[in-house]
Design a protein around this ligand. Structure first.
Ligand code: HEC
Length: 245
């Protein structure tokens, strides 16, 4: 048994080490308290992502309340399916079709920010580059052989891969993908695109933990309360013990 475990570890560990050496993630620099960014993220998610991806652990109404989106506006601008406000946000795409079309199921994104981190989502959306060997003509720096078409290509343009050639000790030359550089022009400037994907990452951070902003402000409140409480507790202690010597 022990041998088997060691064998499995030996197979898995180099794999894990190889993953760690991959291109480092970019910093998303999101702010969960930035309501406008979250609202833009929600709008952009519904426009560009909800056709394939669901957010099945959150309801429209909860999102609207948390992000201060009035119900009529929600119904008019953000609900594309025949859903009702109390429904969960499911995608319009039936699962079997998705597998047939993309070869892989678009995952539910409600908890993706917790699972992979906000920086990953931000990097992933900035990591698409032209690769004509792939079905959709694109690949991704952070998720090699990605099955997702680059649905934001008209906004960002399509980046080009940057390779570094390396020669190993036995003289074999190989090319390693080390990054991406601007390729074709999109409708957005690089700054606008950064903000666009930052809003999306921020919104997905919200869906992964809708209570996060509240929890953080509550944390500050509780800390302040404890500090004030400490002063009173200390004075009380002094009062009780002043005659005991
Ligand atoms: C046309 C369908 C489609 C649309 C639209 C789409 N995606 Fe995807 N997405 C996919 C598929 C398919 C996968 C699975 C990729 C894979 O497993 O290689 C995926 C995977 C992902 C992943 C997970 C990557 C990983 O590491 O597993 C993220 C994050 C993601 N999409 C974000 C988005 C965001 C944000 C949008 C909107 C801007 C979006 N997607 C729009 C089809 C789509």
């Amino acid at each position: 048994m022990l041998k088997r475990i060691l064998l499995i570890a030996a197979i898995l560990l180099p794999g894990a080490a190889a993953l760690a050496q991959e291109v480092p993630l970019l910093h998303a620099d999101t702010n969960i308290n930035d309501l406008q960014s979250l609202q833009r993220g929600a709008r952009d998610f519904m426009n560009y992502c909800s056709g394939c991806h669901s957010l099945r652990y959150i309801r429209y109404e909860r999102m609207a309340t948390d992000l201060h989106i009035p119900l009529p506006l929600l119904k008019k601008n953000l609900m594309y399916t025949s859903s009702k406000p109390l429904d969960h946000i499911v995608s319009a795409m039936p699962g079997d079709d998705a597998v047939t079309w993309f070869g892989n199921q678009p995952p539910d994104l409600t908890l993706m920010a917790r699972y992979m981190g906000v920086d990953y989502i931000y990097s992933f959306l900035k990591g698409f580059y032209a690769d004509h060997t792939r079905l959709w003509g694109v690949n991704n720096l952070y998720k090699p052989n990605v099955a997702m078409p680059f649905v934001l290509a008209s906004l960002q343009g399509v980046q080009k891969p940057v390779y570094k050639s390396e020669t190993d000790p036995s003289g074999h030359a190989s090319m390693t993908l080390v990054g991406v550089e601007p390729g074709t022009q999109g409708s957005m400037t690089p700054e606008e695109y950064d903000r666009f994907v930052r809003d999306l990452a921020n919104f997905l951070d919200y869906t992964a933990e809708p209570i996060k902003a509240k929890r953080e402000s509550m944390g500050v409140f509780v800390t302040l309360f404890l500090l004030v409480f400490f002063v009173f507790a200390y004075l009380l202690k002094k009062e009780y013990w002043k005659d005991v010597h």
